[in-house]
Design a protein. Structure first.
Length: 301
């Protein structure tokens, strides 16, 4: 897992993972894993470890770290070393709790049977996700390199981490080494709310606009969590239900539609290799900004 954390920049993002983590945290702690079934295993780091070490483990807690789900495990008999199951949902992964008698959906690749008759099922159409079991001593190493959580970082630290960088602000927001958990959707939404162009160099923003961006990022993420995330394509929460925040997007995926603030048509340009949606009037372009380009519509980023 070391060095892999930064490669994941697609959906689901922080609000979706937080929603799933909260759902699982209310359903799984205290439950014992009695059996493990695996389908396709090409995306698993060590399938044999899951099959041999997970049965008999009790789920102690479920939490989020950036875009990762962490299931903390303890041996049911109280002996042995604790561990953590790291799950990254990739672009199309879903982690859902269902009765064992429920029909197994297509593209289900991991099933953890619990001692109460339910199952924790991982489905993934494209198999871009990751699931790996790490020991307690390896957890920090596996997550090394990720920046602070945008919901936990202070405003002063936020400004210090971004304010001296020459990179374009959208690229920095997507860089998991700068802040962990942000992705394309919520970076675009935050920049629109803060009235900052996605291609503007961070060092040119100044303290006032950086503080405004920090507030916007926090507001957007908290709103998205409250609406249980954005279901653009495959995302579902731990009960199998879609999120609703996609109905409140102001710029993301709205190229050619009027800005809800000034009625100017939303445009799209490429920043850091990603489609970036913005309002040319609300988010004035710096001289160094790329010219807008048309790109094929993408379902998820």
């Amino acid at each position: 897992m070391q060095g892999q954390c930064g490669m994941f920049s697609g959906m689901p993002e922080l609000p979706e993972v937080e929603t799933v983590a909260r759902d699982l945290a209310s359903a799984l702690p205290g439950r014992c894993i009695t059996a493990v079934w695996l389908g396709k295993t090409d995306f698993l780091a060590d399938p044999a470890a899951l099959q041999t070490q997970l049965p008999g483990c009790r789920i102690a807690a479920v939490r989020r770290y950036g875009k990762f789900l962490l299931l903390d495990l303890l041996p049911d008999n109280g002996t042995g070393r604790p561990g953590t199951l790291l799950v990254h949902l990739g672009m199309t992964g879903q982690l859902v709790v269902q009765p064992a008698a429920a029909v197994l959906p297509p593209h289900t690749h991991v099933v953890l049977t619990l001692d109460d008759g339910r199952q924790l099922r991982y489905t993934d159409v494209r198999r871009f996700g990751r699931i790996v079991l790490v020991s307690a001593g390896e957890l920090d190493v596996s997550l090394a390199g990720l920046g602070p959580d945008p919901l936990e970082i202070g405003q002063a630290e936020f400004c210090a981490r971004l304010g001296r960088r020459r990179a374009r602000i959208k690229a920095l927001l997507l860089d998991q080494r700068t802040l962990r958990g942000l992705g394309n959707i919520y970076a675009d939404e935050s920049l629109w709310r803060a009235r900052i162009h996605p291609a503007e160099p961070a060092a040119q923003l100044g303290p006032a606009r950086l503080k405004r961006l920090c507030r916007a990022v926090r507001q957007i993420l908290r709103e998205a969590i409250r609406w249980r995330g954005s279901s653009i394509a495959n995302y579902r929460d731990a009960t199998g239900a879609p999120g609703a925040y996609q109905r409140r997007h102001r710029v993301y995926g709205r190229e050619g539609k009027p800005c809800v603030r000034c009625r100017t048509k939303i445009r799209c340009l490429v920043v850091a290799g990603r489609s970036s949606y913005y309002c040319p009037r609300c988010q004035r372009a710096p001289k160094s900004a790329l010219r807008p380009v048309r790109r094929p519509r993408q379902i998820a980023h």
